[in-house]
Write a protein that binds this ligand. Structure first.
Ligand SMILES: [Zn+2]
Length: 493
């Protein structure tokens, strides 16, 4: 590899600064990083993400979340608990969970009451006795969940977390609103399976990531639904929804179970576009490899949310996206479906790697759309090229976002443009090989920007470091291969 690594040094410095911030926030977490197996020390308050340094937690690994929600009505607080099985990865005197809003009741560790303090979005848990490195332990947090709490995201979506609907709820946890739903490791690189127990009033249905494993009617008429995510899921990709739903079952390529979850009165009006999912899966499998999960479905959101979300195995698609023209509907459906491969199965290591998730989802969305009545892909890339320096200035380079409002145009067409430039550079056939190799190598794992550069170089047989680095980190947009006539509009500050 080339020695042109300046941006990485910058990223490391930012990471070091972020960890210092984390240390300053809750006390002597710096001990944790340097401690051996000797004296118990606090787990780190965050994993030092460049954008959200306190998200995720250090000192342990979560093995499974078991979540209980005694749901009542769209905007009514209700009793909830989270039982977290974890393994200490250092000798722990205390540890943190990411948890925001809600009313905390009790925290136990291995059944014994623990000391719990809230500090911003951190829940600091001190067990009765230290937890030796390598031991398994169980944390249980009980709380009253508040589905009316609000987090703001400054883009097409305004509030995230619980999204109340007329008769139920859906979740929009991205980027870091899962901590308002349940205490967690709220970072995309930290994933664990989830068991959901959701109790609903009679007449409503509940759904969540993965497979329905049990449905029990209780003596009082309420119904307890149990779902198993089957595969590990990042907190930001958790979904649970309640409403007057119809489950619409069908079968995708090679027998893949498809279950759409649709508000009763929207089943017929959304059927035409939902029925295309099987074709979309086949189209993506031809480009990326086998669909990575055991099942899929579209959750039609009875909400006026401005954006859809790739919640794992069950994408949330607001109803308006399925009630308009076919080209727009398919763009949304293919975008969220692409994320099941890239973003969900291949997770990002840090939020700065988001371009790998959104850039890819937009790439295949545009590629599909061009062949199915949508706009010309090359024209959209030429337009993105013209705006690219301005986006670098406003939002940071594709792999180096400069502000917590991540979901700006640079992460979509601006990042797709990097993949387009790579395809122009190496040719369509080699680019296809890179993409299939990327998914084949990293499905079920997390991967970052350098991993992509390294793999693209290996598959293409040429060192792409010097080509991709300026595209991903530089202050100026490089020339577009094969398009010397494309021009960048000067930056207006
Ligand atoms: Zn997306």
């Amino acid at each position: 590899m080339s020695s042109f690594r300046t941006p990485h040094r910058r990223a490391r410095l930012a990471l070091a600064a972020a960890i210092t911030v984390a240390a300053a926030f809750t006390g002597p977490v710096s001990q944790a990083a340097s401690s051996s197996s000797a004296a118990p020390s606090p787990g780190a308050a965050g994993i030092g993400d460049p954008i959200f340094p306190l998200d995720g937690n250090g000192g342990y690994k979560v093995g499974r979340y078991t979540l209980d929600f005694d749901w009542q009505a769209p905007k009514t607080p209700f009793e909830a608990s989270a039982t977290i099985k974890a393994t200490a990865t250092q000798s722990l005197s205390r540890f943190n969970l990411d948890f925001a809003g809600n009313t905390l009741h009790t925290v136990t560790v291995n059944g014994a009451k623990a000391t719990a303090e809230r500090d911003g979005d951190e829940l600091v848990v001190t067990p009765k006795a230290p937890l030796p490195n390598g031991t398994s332990f169980t944390v249980k947090v009980t709380y009253t969940a508040d589905p009316t709490q609000i987090r703001h995201r400054d883009d097409a979506i305004e509030d995230y977390g619980w999204i109340p609907t007329p008769d139920g709820t859906v979740l929009y946890p991205q980027p870091n609103g899962a901590k308002m739903i349940f205490p967690s490791d709220d970072h995309p690189s930290l994933r664990a399976p989830i068991t959901f127990h959701i109790t609903t009033p009679a007449g409503l249905k509940a759904v969540a990531n993965g497979k329905l494993t049990d449905r029990t009617e209780q003596a009082d008429g309420r119904v307890k639904w149990t779902y198993d995510s089957e595969q590990p899921v990042a907190a930001q990709l958790a979904q649970l929804a309640i409403g007057k739903f119809t489950f619409v079952d069908s079968t995708g390529p090679h027998g893949l179970p498809i279950r759409d979850v649709v508000p009763d009165d929207l089943v017929a009006p959304t059927a035409q576009y939902r029925k295309l999912t099987s074709d979309h899966i086949a189209w993506l499998e031809a480009r990326l490899g086998p669909y990575p999960f055991n099942r899929y479905g579209v959750l039609v959101g009875d909400t006026d949310l401005g954006v859809a979300l790739e919640t794992q195995t069950l994408s949330l698609v607001p109803k308006a996206d399925l009630l308009g023209d076919q080209v727009s509907a398919e763009r949304n459906l293919v975008h969220e479906l692409t994320h099941q491969w890239l973003g969900d199965s291949v997770g990002v290591k840090t939020w700065s790697d988001l371009w790998l998730s959104e850039g890819h989802a937009r790439f295949y969305e545009r590629l599909y759309s061009e062949a199915h009545g949508g706009v010309n892909f090359e024209e959209t890339m030429k337009t993105a090229y013209a705006a690219h320096d301005q986006w670098r200035h406003d939002y940071g380079a594709p792999a180096e976002p400069t502000e917590p409002n991540l979901f700006k145009r640079m992460r979509y067409d601006g990042s797709t443009l990097v993949l387009y430039a790579l395809r122009e550079k190496v040719g369509q056939e080699t680019f296809g090989k890179i993409e299939r190799a990327w998914f084949a190598k990293y499905h079920g794992k997390t991967a970052g920007t350098q991993d992509y550069i390294d793999l693209a170089s290996k598959v293409s047989g040429e060192d792409l470091e010097d080509f991709l680095h300026p595209w991903l980190y530089g202050p100026k947009t490089p020339p577009m291969p094969n398009h010397p006539d494309w021009v960048v509009t000067p930056v207006q500050s």
